[in-house]
Write a new protein. Structure first.
Lengths: 113, 114
């Protein structure tokens, strides 16, 4: 079975600072990995996904994530935080034969002016 | 371009009442899902439908039933609501059943059971 662990339930950054959200996965087969963002009182939106084409994946809103097999990680970064990045972020994993995505517990990002 | 539409957006129920949450997608997706979201627990799968005509239990199916009415619609029913079912419910769909497909989510139904 596949699972993900998001390190840190809350992250606070200053506007303009680096955003780093950590995700580690567990999978017995090569995984597919996803990052979703949820703004207050909204549904989840796909930020980016890894499906083995390239280890560095670029997404929307300036976010990117790097797949590191040796570290079983898929951390999400953005070089310069903006106030509009305040949201909850979810990492998710799936496998080729999986019937579902498995989600982490989420990380809430606060951006300080 | 509606995507996934959920109704209602908010609902308050008394313990023991029943209700149906509606979900419809207009993207010709084959697979549909119902999740619940609770603080600190991420999203937990209640039921899913891999394709029209099939439904299966997820991680937390107790107290719920589903119907895949047609390819577009997938409803979730609470037969006798309990306070433990207070949550935010999300419907999602994806094009295929294979793991590389991501989900498209609806905007959620916020349910309170008193």
């Amino acid at each position: 079975a596949q699972s993900v662990t998001q390190l840190g339930s809350h992250v606070s950054v200053s506007e303009g600072a680096l955003v780093l959200l950590r995700c580690n996965y567990s999978s017995s087969v090569p995984p597919y990995l996803f990052w979703y963002v949820q703004y207050p009182n909204q549904g989840l939106q796909l930020l980016l996904k890894y499906t083995s084409a390239a280890t560095l994946v670029k997404g929307i809103n300036g976010f990117e994530a790097e797949f590191k097999k040796s570290e079983t990680s898929f951390h999400l970064t953005k070089p310069s935080a903006h106030m509009s990045d305040a949201a909850e972020y979810f990492c998710a994993v799936s496998a080729p034969s999986d019937y579902k995505l498995s989600f982490g517990a989420g990380t809430t990002v606060t951006v300080r002016a | 371009n509606a995507g996934v539409t959920q109704t209602p957006k908010f609902q308050v129920l008394k313990t023991g009442q029943s209700m149906t949450l509606q979900c419809a997608q207009d993207m010709n997706h084959n697979s549909m899902y119902w999740y619940r979201q609770d603080p600190g627990m991420g999203l937990r799968l209640i039921y899913y439908s891999a394709s029209e005509g099939t439904t299966d239990k997820g991680e937390v199916p107790n107290g719920y039933n589903v119907s895949r009415l047609n390819k577009r619609e997938f409803s979730l029913r609470l037969e006798s609501a309990a306070p433990s079912q207070t949550s935010v419910y999300f419907c999602a769909s994806r094009l295929g059943f294979e793991g590389s497909y991501g989900y498209t989510f609806g905007s959620g139904t916020r349910l309170t059971v008193v």
